[in-house]
Design a protein around this ligand. Structure first.
Ligand SMILES: CC(C)(COP(=O)(O)OP(=O)(O)OC[C@H]1O[C@@H](n2cnc3c(N)ncnc32)[C@H](O)[C@@H]1O)[C@@H](O)C(=O)NCCC(=O)NCCS
Ligand SMILES: Nc1ncnc2c1ncn2[C@@H]1O[C@H](COP(=O)(O)OP(=O)(O)OP(=O)(O)O)[C@@H](O)[C@H]1O
Length: 284
């Protein structure tokens, strides 16, 4: 029989991978890979994104397993960083060197770890708080390479993926989760609710993917346009935004990662209320 720790790790990994797949399958999305086009990307496809997500199951499972019932600490930070880096390697092997989910491994990896610290019983607020604590321990084994994110965070003085996590995912707590819940309560279809959730992120996140490709001008453009489309009831015209992003080479990859992280938190929270048998039914 499986231990509680093994069951939770299996479930958390399934929910994490499901969230990644649901993010990429959401269509339309401006500038991002979806079921209709590959957005502002020449090297990514829907199939590659799904394959990449599926290779990450063991990474998330192992992160949950080593985190179960522990407290945030330097030791835990280093253990999950090592697992996260193995995950990144597997992702690059599966995609032939293309970056499909680097930011997502980071954000969702931390959230999986935090949820597992609480043995699946934490509230969303507790999960993001613990994730922030883990991310705030120094990454002593981080290779000293000049990643796009690092170059851009220094150049423009923004927090990027690291800052977002260290602060306890403020854009999820302030914008995307409230938008998801409000849109559902308002009676929007789940698809539209998720699209609005994504737009709420693009309108506020200092996305290093956008900054790296197009600087401040592109970031300002993306934020302004997303805020404008959020005021529209008819979201069908989102295809126009997709065309504008593609023509300017804008890809809000950081917001896409945070959308997947939002879906992860929403699902993990929903699973708290059901018993073990129902859990497996729900995540099948
Ligand atoms: C912190 C990470 C993301 C590296 O960050 P860095 O900015 O140097 O890298 P890079 O530019 O290659 O990737 C940044 C990624 O974050 C996403 N992103 C961009 N902006 C933002 C933002 N504002 N908020 C959240 N995510 C963002 C993008 O999609 C992008 O893919 C991460 O790869 C890392 O350090 N991993 C080590 C393994 C680890 O510690 N894991 C622990 C948990 S699994
Ligand atoms: N649906 C999606 N479409 C495109 N990118 C996504 C999607 N979902 C998540 N992302 C995120 O966007 C990032 C890819 O962005 P990008 O290709 O700009 O990064 P890069 O490879 O670091 O830089 P560049 O391609 O500009 O040289 C991935 O790390 C991934 O986490």
């Amino acid at each position: 029989m499986k231990s509680e720790m093994q069951s939770f790790s299996d479930i958390a990994a399934k929910v994490a991978v499901r969230s990644l797949i649901e993010e990429v399958e959401l269509t339309p999305k401006p500038g991002l890979v979806d079921q209709v086009n590959t957005g502002a990307h020449q090297d990514l496809t829907l199939q590659l994104m799904i394959k990449s997500a599926e290779t990450l199951t063991d990474t998330f499972k192992n992160i949950a397993f080593v985190s179960y019932g522990r407290n945030p600490s330097q030791a835990l930070r280093e253990e999950i960083a090592a697992i996260g880096r193995i995950g990144e390697r597997k992702m690059f092997e599966a995609t032939g060197g293309v970056n499909t989910h680097k930011g997502a491994i980071w954000a969702i990896g931390l959230l999986v770890s935090a949820a597992s610290i609480g043995k699946g019983r934490f509230t969303i607020k507790e999960i993001v708080k613990r994730a922030g604590e883990i991310a705030s321990f120094p990454d002593r084994h981080c290779p000293n390479t000049n990643t796009n994110g690092r170059i851009v965070t220094l150049k423009y003085g923004v927090g990027g993926a690291r800052g977002e996590a260290q602060q306890g995912f403020p854009h999820i707590m302030k914008f995307s989760l409230p938008m998801l819940y409000r849109s559902r309560a308002y009676g929007l279809t789940e698809e539209k609710a998720r699209l609005k959730t994504l737009l709420s992120l693009i309108a506020h996140v200092d996305d290093t993917c956008i900054l790296h490709r197009g600087g401040t001008e592109a970031l300002m453009f993306a934020k302004k346009k997303a805020a404008y489309f959020l005021t529209k009831d008819n979201l069908e015209c989102i295809n126009t935004l997709d065309e504008e992003f593609i023509s300017r080479n804008i890809s809000p990859g950081g917001s896409a990662d945070l959308l997947a992280a939002t879906l992860f938190l929403d699902k993990i929270h929903a699973l708290k209320a059901v018993d073990e048998v129902q859990k497996y039914e729900l995540i099948k």
